[in-house]
Unconditional design. Structure first.
Lengths: 765, 175
């Protein structure tokens, strides 16, 4: 399913399965241990060079002129004054040579150009300038005269299909036909139900807002282009840039070592990358082009707003009989995913299900995959509906969920999961949270009301090919690991070093990772979708195993014993039969002769006939001030099923981060578009609130079900980034309902919104 | 218009001619190549550009370079000495209080300012001190824990006269 999110077009690339036997790890020595990041020194000392820090001699700085209008046509551009401005070296518009580049491809069609004469949202690109300094570039933008013909615009997905709605694209505002899913007999399912609940929920549009803005540095050497990019996937950027500039892939080198967060918004090349390359070509100088923070808010992706209608029926004992789910969302002014129905069709056992996802165009910034795209929205609707159902049935919300834990993936051909920890997450989480005792002790007086909520979730993508990793053992016993994946902060490099150390017994300090460089490292998919661990670690393991096999074979020759009898112990190769027979790794003749032993590891396809998914249950405690509508989240417990935890420290950090991002969805984050002007009114961190340290609950606990999964892949680990943020907001909403007896259907739960509901219900204290 | 400024940056005397409109952030990053100080927004909202100006934490994107004339600036690079990390940096490292790391320099600098004033901060004190430092990755929990751990280590070090608490490490920053 979600494969499509991570591949630009065509089928998912493959890598051949490894030949080496890799039985599941038993007791591990390095994997799973809470070791600090291998690159932590660079990151805490300030010495890590991020793309935004990168500078080249003679480098120019570029800036982009963007449409101030939500919908307009560029009638004329006059750059003559700007060209004469101090420091200006090049100006690019739709009419510049080489700038006629099609952009935003979906379903075999391009929806726009690098600079389109029709601008479809505030922030659409109109022109660009390269100048000696950044200030000069921005000054020159102001001197470019553009004449616009303004059009009517549509901002709300729910209005986009109205007969009189302005057309964002010729041919209609639908991005393809609505996606429909059905199983069983919906009407019969509802007829058989003892209780039915039905309501409409909505989530506000969120902005990824990674700390490092998006951007690139581009430099040409003849017809070879090198790009330093803040990206989650160097090979995706290479592919898009090569396509746009009609260059062979081999001529485009993309480097992305450190990067300051992406959350899905850096899974593709930006127009900024191609613009930087074109300006560098025109001026024959390196060009640096990074967005401003405001531009990131306007035009570097978002989690689309969704409106979701849910109807659920169940028997008295809680067994679900029918789920009907419909969702409308918008990829924005250009196509991107906005579907949310997956959870409603797969999280719980239910024989009769119908779901429809509608994705429409609006005149606002285009969406990009944002941490578990579609899933936190789906959980917001489904898990609140489940909560209502529990109330109606008079059942405990945890018990209702436990009554419907699926054994198979109904959405995916009723195939069994390689492991499923949903029940464990619900049970362990409830226990750690004190679910039953705290709820029983709840008192309802005074202006501050406590409430408790639970929500569950899953992420349906368990990684897969392509993945290729090369491990080199050098003559002095140090090791170099070569992999194309970006480490976006999750700890990919660290976990990969641990994987290699596990097989080779080399201390982590002796392992160096080369990564995220299309010129020098192995092909890899972008780091997203919680797939880096389950995709790349099996390949790293295979590469290390190959090195070990070669090393032991070399030692066997020297020691005159069968290789099968040898094992690695610290820095030595030792016989398992006769401990006196041993040889230092560095003295293995084969290693000394060649000065290096190389292992190439790949990741084969996933197990056939099974489905890999991760599960989670989150519990929230809130305090609601019924006088002001303020919600303070006082406790969060996350129980995650990711199978093996590769590194407890990085795992926990990711889950904590996921919880807090979910807190943002539930409480504060909302892109606000002005209906009069079509402009975003909170395109900055002052008005668009992401959680701060002050919003974080004092009590926050992370549990891992740590199921043994020997089938998901040879690392036995399923990944964690996305499922850690899926149910959080819904759990908070359910806790608010528990506290005040009112449900807030629309995210975020802001004080004014809740205060108004409380006032209307006469509940204001 | 340009002006010549002289200032102390991480213990080194620097003299430079700067545009009067140039921010301290830009001067540090472009003029002195001290890119440890990050730019997250350039509008005073995120704290990733945090430095100590005469010992006080400031968003360097909101301070003009000329305002730092005759004063002393400490950046993240100035917290560690010859490759030896500040106790705060050590704690961030061992507590996994870092993901992408882009917010980290600003966090560490803000926390250093807090510990100068308050060697024994409560969880709430730490949260308040870091409220102006945004992080989109970690969820803050490990960061708050790391700051309190570092504070404890520094107190223990100060009592024992050990490395971590060496007054020198905090004295770098004049009051
Ligand atoms: S860059 Fe200075 S506060 Fe964000
Ligand atoms: S670690 Fe990425 S922003 Fe804080």
């Amino acid at each position: 399913m979600t494969d499509l999110l991570y591949w630009l077009q065509g089928p998912v690339p493959e890598t051949e399965p490894p030949t080496a036997e890799m039985p599941p790890w038993g007791e591990t020595k390095v994997v799973g241990k809470p070791v600090p990041r291998v690159d932590a020194y660079e990151r805490v000392s300030g010495s890590a060079v991020y793309p935004l820090d990168f500078a080249l001699p003679d480098m120019l700085h570029a800036a982009i002129l963007r449409s101030p209008h939500a919908h307009a046509r560029v009638k004329a551009i006059d750059t003559s004054a700007a060209e004469k401005m101090p420091g200006v070296r090049a100006i690019l518009t739709a009419f510049s040579p080489g700038a006629d580049v099609p952009w935003y491809r979906s379903r075999g069609r391009f929806y726009s150009k690098l600079f389109d004469e029709r601008v479809r949202h505030e922030g659409d690109e109109v022109a660009a300038v390269a100048a000696e300094t950044r200030a000069q570039a921005f000054d020159a933008l102001k001197a470019i005269r553009v004449e616009y013909e303004e059009f009517a615009f549509v901002l709300d997905p729910r209005e986009s299909l109205a007969p009189d709605a302005p057309l964002v694209h010729d041919g209609g505002n639908r991005y393809g036909e609505p996606a429909r899913y059905e199983r069983g007999d919906l009407a019969a399912g509802f007829a058989a139900a003892d209780a039915v609940v039905e309501a409409t929920y909505s989530t506000a549009c969120e902005i990824h807002a990674p700390m490092e803005v998006h951007g690139s540095v581009a430099k040409w050497d003849g017809n070879r282009l090198t790009i330093w990019d803040s990206t989650q996937g160097v090979f995706v950027v290479q592919q898009m840039v090569a396509g746009a500039l009609k260059l062979p892939l081999a001529n485009v080198r993309v480097i992305g070592h450190y990067m300051g967060g992406g959350f899905g918004s850096k899974l593709e090349a930006g127009k900024y990358t191609v613009i930087a390359a074109l300006l560098a070509k025109t001026t024959a100088r390196p060009v640096k082009l990074f967005l401003t923070r405001e531009e990131v808010f306007l035009n570097a992706g978002n989690r689309p707003a969704n409106t979701m209608k849910v109807k659920i029926g169940a028997k008295k004992d809680g067994a679900l009989t029918a789920i009907e789910f419909s969702s409308i969302g918008s990829g924005g002014a250009y196509p991107n995913g906005a579907d949310t129905s997956f959870l409603a069709t797969d999280l719980y056992t239910c024989p009769n299900v119908a779901a429809v996802d509608e994705n429409v165009a609006i005149n606002a910034g285009r969406a990009r995959a944002m941490r578990a795209p579609g899933f936190p929205q789906g959980a917001w609707a489904l898990e609140q509906a489940m909560d209502e159902l529990a109330l109606k049935l008079g059942m405990d919300p945890v018990a209702l969920r436990l009554a419907n834990v699926p054994k198979v993936s109904q959405r995916r051909g009723n195939l069994p999961y390689t492991s499923t920890g949903l029940a464990e997450c619900l049970r362990d989480g409830a226990k750690a949270f004190g679910w039953e005792t705290t709820r029983a002790a709840k008192k309802d007086d005074g202006p501050i009301r406590k409430g408790y909520g639970v929500a569950a979730g899953m992420w349906g993508y368990g990684g897969g090919p392509p993945a290729r990793v090369v491990v080199k053992l050098f003559a002095d016993g140090s090791v170099n690991v070569n992999a194309g994946a970006a480490d976006i902060g999750t700890g990919t490099k660290t976990v990969m070093a641990q994987t290699v150390a596990e097989e080779l017994g080399v201390p982590l300090e002796k392992i160096r990772i080369e990564h995220a460089d299309t010129g020098t490292t192995q092909y890899s998919g972008p780091s997203g979708g919680s797939k880096t661990v389950p995709s790349d670690m099996p390949a790293a393991r295979a590469a290390a195993v190959e090195v070990r096999t070669k090393l032991l074979a070399g030692a066997a020759e020297e020691l005159k014993v069968p290789a099968a009898e040898l094992k690695l112990e610290g820095a030595d190769v030792v016989s398992t039969k006769d401990p006196a027979k041993k040889l230092a790794v560095t003295e293995v003749p084969a290693l000394q002769r060649n000065q290096v032993i190389v292992g190439v590891g790949t990741r084969g396809p996933n197990v056939e006939g099974k489905v890999i998914s991760m599960f989670a249950a989150h519990f929230a405690e809130v305090e609601v001030n019924v006088r002001t509508g303020e919600v303070s989240v006082t406790k969060l417990v996350a129980a995650q099923d990711s199978a093996r935890v590769m590194n407890r420290l990085t795992f926990e950090c990711q889950v904590q981060g996921g919880l807090v991002m979910g807190l943002g969805l539930g409480r504060t984050e909302e892109r606000v578009l002005d209906r009069q002007t079509g402009k975003m009114v909170n395109a900055n961190w002052h008005d668009y609130k992401i959680p701060t340290a002050l919003d974080v609950p004092v009590a926050q606990e992370v549990l891992s079900a740590e199921l043994v999964d020997t089938e998901c892949n040879t690392a036995g680990a399923k990944g964690v980034g996305e499922p850690a943020t899926i149910p959080t907001a819904a759990a908070i909403a359910n806790a608010v309902r528990d506290a005040v007896g009112l449900r807030v259907h629309d995210s975020p739960i802001t004080p004014p919104k809740l205060a108004a509901l409380l006032a209307a219900a006469g509940k204001k204290g | 218009m340009k002006k010549t400024i002289t200032l102390d940056v991480n213990g080194v005397a620097e003299t430079a001619e700067v545009e009067v409109g140039q921010t301290l952030l830009r001067f540090l990053r472009d003029g002195l190549d001290l890119t440890g100080t990050k730019e997250g927004c350039n509008e005073g909202e995120c704290g990733s550009c945090m430095v100590l100006l005469d010992g006080r934490p400031v968003n360097s994107c909101l301070v003009l370079a000329v305002e730092a004339d005759g004063r002393s600036v400490t950046t993240v690079e100035g917290l560690s000495r010859e490759g030896v990390l500040h106790p705060l940096q050590k704690a961030f490292l061992s507590q996994a209080a870092v993901q992408c790391g882009f917010c980290t320099p600003g966090m560490v600098v803000s926390a250093a300012a807090l510990l100068r004033e308050n060697p024994e901060p409560t969880e709430d004190d730490v949260k308040k001190a870091l409220a102006g430092n945004l992080c989109r990755c970690t969820g803050y929990k490990q960061i708050v824990d790391a700051v309190r751990d570092a504070a404890a280590a520094m107190r223990a070090g100060a009592v024992a006269g050990g490395e971590a608490g060496k007054p020198a490490e905090r004295e770098e920053v004049p009051a």
